[in-house]
Design a protein around this ligand. Structure first.
Ligand code: CTP
Ligand code: MG
Length: 446
């Protein structure tokens, strides 16, 4: 295990030169910010490097700098936002590229000397439980991790890379996995990379880790890790049940047979037309794809809407008697929801059960509507109920989607994009989508 850890660290630990380069750029930016705020008389405003760059827990090649512009806690919100943004804009004058983003406060994101830099204004408060905005916790995280990590930085790198390699790293809504801070806390809790994996092999949903034993609240999440800097917060709140379970699964595999490949799995190759056709022919199911242009919004807005779309389209098909085996989704320039059905065409006959015969007024209305109905196939009594066999409104799943998709609950941006145009592809026609990203996804999905 030690030699394996060493081999992997050689690949992911930043060299001294790389560390020095990062420190140089971070110091330069902080000096610029502090001189600017000093010049305009913003006394008490200070810059601070936070996140993995400040804690020595960043992976070689990932060049992110999280620099916070911290304001005294009696600053008004308007002042914090306007000064924060104007400082950011001035620093960004020398950036290769920059733009403004809106989280809880507006902030500047820029590309500067090869680094992706976030310049985030926040309040400097006395403790993380008296924060005025969500980002105000971050400096406290920094302080706690630096004071408690005690030489476990390398193990954090290993854990982050292991999670990246297995698709569970990142707390954004696209991934719903483990954040960097959560990795650091797992290491402080368990003591080493391999101990985290050994413990995870026996995890069950509902697990509570409370390093300082100061939690004040119960959470219903699969994993609860009470924030050492704020007893009311679960650091693992963004982790989905499936990502929690994926981590259990890959931890068991690694403990049983440690293998470098689990840190750097080769991505799935794009599936060819012939291979995809062969697999679809073997499955003998119906595969449909809903294709639309990806709306131009940030991932944290798009992905929840994308999940909502899948969760509304699948039940609609099921309500019309189609049996859905599975569904999946992929997004690039275009977005695709793929659905596999037992069968895409149902018989025209649909059984429609009416009221019991003895509930007279309802029964008579039902009888009147269907007994001599030319379209109905039959009318009978079964177990005391009237039953009419009638033609189905949608015998084709493709036609159902084409007709009813716009009426599904889709979320604001996807709804607009779908209204602007979408197509439903069926069977081998899904291979009209040639995007290699989609083809790699399809290789795993089929
Ligand atoms: N943070 C947080 N909650 C989140 C995201 C971020 O509290 N959902 C805080 C954490 O203190 C984190 C810091 O913001 O350390 C910076 O965020 P980010 O860059 O996403 O994470 P890093 O810890 O820097 O990890 P990475 O190596 O992936 O950059
Ligand atoms: Mg970071």
């Amino acid at each position: 295990m030690d030699s394996l850890k060493k081999t992997i660290l050689e690949k992911i630990k930043p060299s001294e030169q790389e560390q020095a380069d990062l420190k140089f750029v971070a110091d330069e930016l902080m000096y610029k910010i502090d001189s600017l705020t000093f010049k305009v008389g913003l006394l008490g405003v200070k810059s601070q490097l936070v996140g993995s760059a400040a804690r020595g827990t960043w992976i070689s090649g990932t060049h992110d700098l999280d620099i916070f512009i911290t304001f005294p806690d009696d600053t008004s919100r308007e002042d914090l936002e306007s000064y924060g943004l104007s400082v950011g804009r001035q620093v960004a004058k020398e950036a290769e590229h920059w733009d403004e983003h809106y989280a809880e406060h507006p902030y500047v994101k820029m590309r500067y000397k090869g680094f992706d830099v976030d310049l985030v204004p926040c309040y400097r408060v006395s403790s993380a439980s008296s924060i005025l905005s969500a980002v105000d916790r971050t400096p406290f995280h920094n302080e706690f991790i630096i004071a408690n990590l005690n030489g476990l930085e390398d193990d954090v790198l290993l854990l982050k890379q292991f999670m990246k390699g297995n698709g569970v790293y990142g707390s954004e809504l696209k991934t719903e996995g483990f954040s960097g801070y959560l990795c650091e806390l797992l290491l402080i809790n368990y003591g080493s990379f391999e101990k985290v994996l050994e413990a995870a092999s026996d995890w069950r949903p509902g697990l509570l880790l409370d390093i300082l034993e100061h939690g004040k609240q119960k959470f219903k999440d699969p994993l609860t890790v009470i924030d050492p800097t704020d007893p009311k917060r679960n650091v693992a709140a963004a982790l989905s049940l499936d990502k929690f379970c994926s981590f259990i699964d890959v931890s068991r595999s690694f403990i049983e047979a440690p293998d470098e490949k689990m840190f750097f799995p080769s991505p799935l190759s794009p599936i060819s037309d012939s291979e995809a056709n062969e697999r679809m022919a073997d499955r003998k199911t119906t595969i449909l794809a809903i294709v639309f242009e990806t709306p131009d919004v940030v991932d944290d807005i798009f992905y929840p809407q994308f999940a909502k779309m899948e969760n509304s389209v699948v039940p609609m098909l099921e309500k019309s008697d189609f049996t859905v085996l599975k569904s999946g989704k992929w997004s690039g320039d275009e977005s695709v929801v793929v659905i596999e059905l037992m069968a895409g065409i149902l018989p025209d006959v649909k059984r429609h059960r009416g009221p019991p015969v003895w509930v007279r007024s309802h029964a008579e209305k039902f009888r009147e509507k269907y007994v001599d109905n030319e379209d109905a196939y039959s009318f009978s009594i079964e177990d005391g109920f009237y039953v009419a066999e009638i033609p189905r409104k949608y015998a084709s799943a493709k036609y159902l989607l084409e007709s009813e998709l716009k009426g599904c609950s889709l979320g604001k941006h996807i709804s607009k994009s779908v209204k602007d145009g979408f197509v439903i592809l069926e069977g081998k026609n899904i291979l009209e989508i040639e995007d290699v990203g989609f083809r790699s996804f399809l290789n795993g999905w089929l």
